[in-house]
Write a protein that binds this ligand. Structure first.
Ligand code: C2E
Ligand code: MG
Ligand code: MG
Length: 679
């Protein structure tokens, strides 16, 4: 439709030009013809008048003498003059005296001396009449009729010629204007068509053919192409932002989802494939321990190393922080995927060189096979969820593990959601209990304190381990609520025992990193001490190393220093299981370090373990802190710890975590036993 209207402009321009030229030429030529004809008519009339006057003079005597033959002979002489059709003499009484030529011309309307040149030409006759005067008296009238048909046909042919010339001029005008018209209309049509195409296809790659001419059309074409270039570069930038990871240069999560979507929609016949999600083990710790720029460089190197290890048809994207997604095409079995991922992992056998650092990187992976799934509904979402679960499963096992999705993994997530619901309710109602495990002082031979350990019974599943529900509470943001409850309940119990006048025992309470960083933690501890009346030196907070892995290190240190100044004791829990750095240990106000059960259990039976345990104990002493050894299950282990100089021990060998009354009774019993032994 648009195209037609553009052709319309061209046609309208031609029509206008043709009409204008035609009428201009026609009018000019006509005006010229009219003037020319008038002049000619005038001349003929004058010469006719001269003839008539001469004739009137010549016939004057004949009229006076009433000599008709004489008059006729004079008139006949006139008939020899070309173009004179008739001459007629009328007397004053209106009677015809003599006539030469055809009397038919004497009809009234012929002899009427019309002023209009057009009428004269129309008839082709030019009548002229003069008075016949003799002796100063009008004796009659002479009428002479001339033939001007020659002039008429001359005018006709002139008008015809003019018309033809006007037509020719119009044609020439149109033909001559064709290039100009094309110059305007063709680019306009191209422009319109291009814009329509762009609108329909959203493909901004289109451009008009280059036009270097300096006229308006050239400027228009240049401006349009420039505009399109701007749009393209902006579009490219947006595309890059939307689908690219600027750090690694790989596609991002959205681009990976698209690739997977495309693959699902158009899998090759009998196509098989797999999606894998690869994670850098311990990336967060490395990122925090070194600088974030090292973390960035590490991600770039890992991306490049993976890319170099995979086949060309593999789609690789940065899926999230330290996660990379792979769409493997043509793999059919678990073994195929394992082989492909083993090739990727092989690139990380040697440490990566990042600046001056040599970093050992291990990739953990989750994977899902795609064969036969193309027709499923919401398949992309479900595949991505499943590969996520597979990766989480791999992570929960061992660094470097490749785990495949199994339906049970989805059940675990389902269970997490259900358990989380019940835990939320328990946190709201404060539906927990504390058990207390004795900590034995190996030098004073007495129970010097207890560790408060939270207990929760799921309404349907029964008692659940804090090793399960505490991490869940951390994941779902409940840990602060539960932690606050534990802090207050533990302080209350310790204060009650203290106020009963029982021997002073320190109450150790576990604190999660999220609790420390939540607003007002110091105030909460102070309030718990104040409301219960527990002296600060009888409270010990147990913190894990994961507390110092994070960007809020400075805040954590500030909180700990404030609490230490208040007189509260601080212990580093689970030492040796995580990211142990002597650097921060030295700077932090810990009073004691709790050596994890992994180093204690079986240390009496293995020289290597024993050596390791000894080194740790010695190191803690060098740092000016005391040792609490966790998880001693046998008397042999307790004895060994005593020999190695550990200050305190906590474990099943002495007491399990027990409800308050039983725990206190057990503590008194232990005290009594050792008192008796030493006596
Ligand atoms: P933890 O702080 O290292 O606590 C010591 C864990 O070792 C306790 O497990 C305790 O029962 C167990 N244990 C002690 N002696 C022995 C032994 O001789 N042999 C064996 N096999 N185990 C022993 P529990 O009570 O299951 O607690 C597990 C973890 O849950 C705790 O480790 C602590 O990290 C966390 N937790 C417990 N209560 C709380 C709490 O109130 N708040 C926070 N944030 N975490 C808590
Ligand atoms: Mg603990
Ligand atoms: Mg521990």
């Amino acid at each position: 439709m648009m195209t037609r209207s553009h052709r319309g402009i061209g046609r309208r321009m031609s029509r206008l030009l043709a009409l204008a030229t035609f009428f201009a030429v026609l009018l000019a030529a006509l005006a010229h013809t009219v003037l020319q004809t008038r002049r000619e008519l005038q001349n003929q009339m004058l010469s006719m008048q001269a003839t008539a006057l001469a004739l009137a003079a010549a016939t004057g005597d004949a009229v006076v003498e009433v000599d008709r033959p004489k008059a006729l002979s004079a008139l006949t002489a006139v008939s020899r003059i070309p173009n004179i059709l008739m001459a007629n003499i009328v007397l004053t009484d209106n009677s015809t005296f003599a006539t030469m030529g055809q009397t038919a011309y004497l009809d009234d309307d012929v002899v009427t001396q019309s002023d209009s040149s057009i009428m004269l030409l129309y008839r082709g006759l030019l009548p002229v009449s003069v008075d016949i005067i003799k002796g100063g008296e009008v004796r009659g009238r002479l009428l002479v009729v001339g033939d001007i048909r020659g002039l008429r046909s001359q005018v006709f042919s002139s008008v015809l010629t003019t018309f033809s010339f006007a037509l020719l001029a119009a044609l020439v005008g149109v033909v001559a204007s064709r290039p100009l018209q094309r110059r305007i209309v063709v680019p306009l049509t191209d422009l319109t068509r291009t814009m329509q195409d762009i609108r329909a296809s959203r493909n901004y790659a289109a451009a008009l053919p280059d036009d270097d001419r300096a006229d308006e059309v050239g400027v228009m074409v240049k401006s349009f192409n420039g505009l399109m270039r701007d749009i393209r570069s902006r579009d490219d930038a947006l595309q890059k932002l939307a689908y690219h990871d600027p750090l690694t240069g790989l596609g991002n999560r959205v681009s990976f989802q698209r690739a997977l979507d495309d693959w699902m929609e158009r899998p090759a016949v009998g196509a098989s494939g797999a999606v894998a999600l690869v994670n850098i083990h311990g990336f967060r710790a490395m990122n925090d321990a070194f600088s974030h720029s090292i973390g960035d460089a590490l991600l770039m190197t890992v991306a490049a190393t993976i890319k170099a290890a995979v086949a060309e048809d593999v789609t690789l994207a940065r899926y999230g922080g330290d996660e990379f997604a792979l769409l493997l095409r043509g793999v059919e079995t678990i073994e195929d995927v394992e082989k492909a991922l083993a090739r990727v992992q092989a690139g990380f056998v040697k440490p990566l060189q990042i600046g001056d650092l040599e970093l050992h990187v291990t990739l953990t992976a989750g994977a899902v096979l795609l064969a036969g799934r193309a027709g499923e509904t919401d398949v992309v979402d479900s595949v991505l969820r499943q590969v996520d679960l597979a990766l989480a499963d791999a992570k929960s096992q061992v660094a470097g593990k490749v785990a495949f999705f199994r339906p049970e993994l989805a059940d675990v997530v389902q269970e997490d959601a259900t358990v989380g619901q019940a835990l939320r309710q328990a946190a709201k109602d404060g539906d927990f209990e504390l058990h207390y495990q004795a900590q034995f002082d190996l030098r004073a031979n007495r129970v010097s304190g207890f560790e408060a350990l939270v207990r929760w019974t799921h309404p349907v599943r029964g008692p659940m381990s804090p090793g399960v529900f505490i991490p869940l509470a951390e994941r779902i943001g409940l840990i602060s609520v539960i932690g606050d409850w534990v802090l207050l309940a533990g302080c209350k119990q310790a204060a009650a025992w203290y106020q009963q006048g029982l021997p002073e025992r320190i109450m150790s309470i576990n604190v999660s990193p999220a609790q420390i960083l939540a607003a007002g933690f110091v105030e909460k501890v102070r309030a718990a001490l104040q409301t219960t009346g527990l002296p600060p030196h009888l409270l010990c907070l147990e913190l894990t190393e994961s507390m110092f892995v994070g960007s809020r290190y400075a805040e954590t240190v500030f909180v700990l220093e404030t609490l230490a100044r208040d007189g509260v004791k601080l212990a580093l829990d689970d030492f040796g299981t995580g990211y142990s750095s002597l650097g921060y240990l030295q700077k932090l106000p810990f009073h004691s370090i709790k050596i994890d059960r992994a180093f204690v259990s079986g240390a009496d039976k293995s020289t290597r373990k024993r050596g390791m345990l000894k080194s740790i104990i010695d190191m803690v002493h060098v740092l000016g802190m005391t040792v609490v050894a966790e998880g001693a299950e046998t008397n042999e282990e307790v004895n060994l710890l005593q020999q190695l100089g550990a200050e305190k021990v906590q474990g099943y060998a002495l007491a399990r975590p027990l409800p308050a009354d039983i725990a206190m009774a057990r503590a008194s019993e232990i005290d009594r036993t050792y008192l008796a032994l030493s006596a």
